[in-house]
Design a protein around this ligand. Structure first.
Ligand SMILES: Nc1ncnc2c1ncn2[C@@H]1O[C@H](COP(=O)(O)OP(=O)(O)OP(=O)(O)O)[C@@H](O)[C@H]1O
Ligand SMILES: [Mg+2]
Length: 135
């Protein structure tokens, strides 16, 4: 259970591409157990903000705080290890895989016998995902 008011805080995030400032000091605060829709016109910077959270882009400025702790996210593996998943915009998700599998991509819990943990534990995926949304 999160102890902080916000499970996620993105503070003062800026990101510039050649010729375009995609994000200019953006702040996003997410309380535990809440669902948010980030809305804006095409090119508003929604995907860029999420890519900064997911370690695809390094922000030029700003800070990401997870459950009160500064998060060092240098790549998507860092993000995944911190419990952050990204289902990418159209054309980018892995086709022929369902939403749950896309969420767990790269860090599937496994099951098996002893050291032979060779099978994806789908039930654990579902249980863990449920506990994230309930907490
Ligand atoms: N890799 C990139 N290189 C250069 N410019 C980029 C890059 N990615 C995004 N941009 C630019 O940054 C701005 C924000 O783009 P972004 O894709 O974040 O918007 P969006 O809100 O997700 O739009 P959409 O609703 O179309 O998905 C746009 O002007 C876009 O052209
Ligand atoms: Mg987008």
């Amino acid at each position: 259970m999160a102890q902080n008011e916000f499970l996620l805080e993105m503070k003062g995030i800026s990101k510039e591409f050649p010729g375009v400032k995609a994000l200019d000091g953006v702040t996003l605060q997410v309380r535990p157990g809440t669902v948010h829709a980030l809305m804006g016109e095409n090119g508003a910077g929604k995907s860029t903000l999420m890519k900064c959270l997911y370690g695809i882009y390094a922000p030029d400025a700003g800070e990401i705080i997870l459950d009160g702790v500064h998060a060092n996210i240098h790549n998507s593996k860092d993000a995944l290890n911190l419990g952050i998943s990204m289902i990418h915009q159209e054309l980018h998700p892995v086709p022929f895989r369902n939403v749950m599998e896309n969420i767990w991509l790269g860090r599937f819990p496994t099951k098996g016998i002893g050291p032979l943990q060779l099978f994806v534990d789908h039930q654990k995926c579902i249980r863990t995902q449920r506990s994230y949304s309930e907490n």
